[in-house]
Design a protein around this ligand. Structure first.
Ligand code: GLA
Length: 389
């Protein structure tokens, strides 16, 4: 069996374990190693950095982070020079932080951060990086046993009261643990719920919704609001957001307390986009969500060459189209933020080097596999002449 097929099967097993339908986007695959070579020649981005540019518009700029990225000297240096915020790619997802053995022993849910997570938290602290927490309540990458009696997937499902208690416990322990271990001040935003809505405007069916009921979403924000410090903004995060506009606008308005005050602070647009997407349509969604008064962030930005399941080759024409797309997208966001029409304090790319991307076959990121800058980087840096427009 080839490597891709094995990874695909592992991905499939993960989805099945969460007991829910697969999303319209593919699951992450293990990254290949990157070349240690840096471009020798000068390039238009020399001396410039994303973090300086984004700061001029009141924004942090981030990447997802994996242990491999901080182990490689070149990748580590690149992150330090370009970004000032990180989101763990996998290490703070429910399957990484919920401990079945300890939960069974204790007779109650136990959250603990593994060594990989701690290594990255320490790295962020040492390097003065800010962090987005990702993620608490999700249908995927969440262990099946969480939903069963005695934390045993072979036993019956728990009832509504018990699952609500487990949800509260998980959320409380995450914030308590981060506080006790001295990491809480790194965090400025947290994805409380990930991917709960479908493109047809219905709520995704999953164990959370089936056992608790549709109000599981309200409770997730209620508990997060109860236990997270004020300094951490609470986010709802989703993909294909441009196809879910009405559902999301309606939904966030339900996330209020008994006094009508928002329990949520912001909406995360994953922004897993394609060069064939319409930016006009995308900005309609941005504007509609901005009108709710909530903050918005792009939380997992990558722009694939081509369209879903139809990647295009990384040739000059397509790379120029990608550079122009990044330019126009980020330009539109800066314009809105500068004009006070959009509250956006951060934008996160889902990686930086194409060969380390979960969608690597679409070459979606700012640097190629040798860490050489692409027109995509020039676009992100707002270098209009150089980006391919
Ligand atoms: C979704 C999730 C991310 C990640 C990507 C694939 O967008 O929110 O955490 O799993 O899929 O890397």
């Amino acid at each position: 069996m080839n490597k891709k097929l094995i990874l695909l099967l592992i991905g499939l097993m993960l989805f099945t374990a969460a007991g829910c339908t697969a999303p319209a986007v593919e699951e992450s695959t293990a990254p290949e190693s990157v070349s240690e070579e840096l471009p020798a020649e000068q390039d238009p981005a020399a001396g410039l950095s994303l973090k300086d540019l984004f700061a001029q518009h009141g924004m942090k700029v981030g990447t997802c982070l994996s242990p491999q990225m901080i182990r490689g000297e070149k990748t580590n240096d690149l992150i330090l020079s370009q970004f000032n915020s990180v989101t763990m790619e996998n290490s703070m997802k429910p399957e990484a932080i919920l401990n079945q053995i300890k939960s069974k022993e204790a007779g109650e849910l136990v959250v603990n951060f593994n060594n990989e997570a701690k290594q990255m938290l320490d790295w962020a602290k040492e390097n003065n990086f800010s962090m987005r927490g990702h993620t608490l309540v999700w249908y995927s990458q969440t262990p099946e046993w969480l939903f069963h009696e005695d934390f045993d997937a072979n036993k019956d499902y728990v009832d509504r009261e018990e699952l609500l208690a487990r949800m509260e416990s998980m959320i409380r322990q995450v914030f308590e643990t981060l506080t006790e271990q001295g990491y809480i001040d790194l965090f400025y935003a947290y994805d409380v719920v990930n991917e709960a809505w479908m493109e047809d405007g219905t709520m995704r069916k999953c164990h959370w919704s089936e056992i608790i009921g549709d109000d599981y979403l309200w409770y997730a924000f209620y508990y997060a609001d109860k236990y997270a410090p004020e300094s951490i903004d609470l986010y709802y995060n989703d993909y294909n957001e441009q196809y879910k506009t009405d559902a999301l606008v309606k939904f966030v308005k339900t996330l209020v307390d008994e006094n009508g005050k928002y329990l949520i602070d912001g909406v995360g647009f994953q922004a897993h986009l394609y060069t064939t997407d319409s930016l006009t349509a995308y900005f309609k969604t941005v504007d509609a969500l901005a009108e709710t008064g909530l903050k918005l962030q792009l939380t997992e930005l990558d722009v694939c060459l081509g369209r879903y399941q139809a990647p295009q080759p990384a040739d000059d024409t397509n790379l120029a189209a990608q550079g122009a797309f990044y330019y126009d997208l980020i330009n539109g966001l800066f314009e809105r933020a500068d004009a006070g029409k959009l509250k956006m304090d951060a934008l996160t790319f889902w990686g930086f080097a194409d060969n380390m991307s979960w969608r690597r076959e679409y070459s979606p990121l700012l640097y190629d596999s040798k860490l050489s800058p692409k027109k995509a980087l020039y676009g992100a840096l707002q270098l209009e002449e150089a980006c391919g427009k």
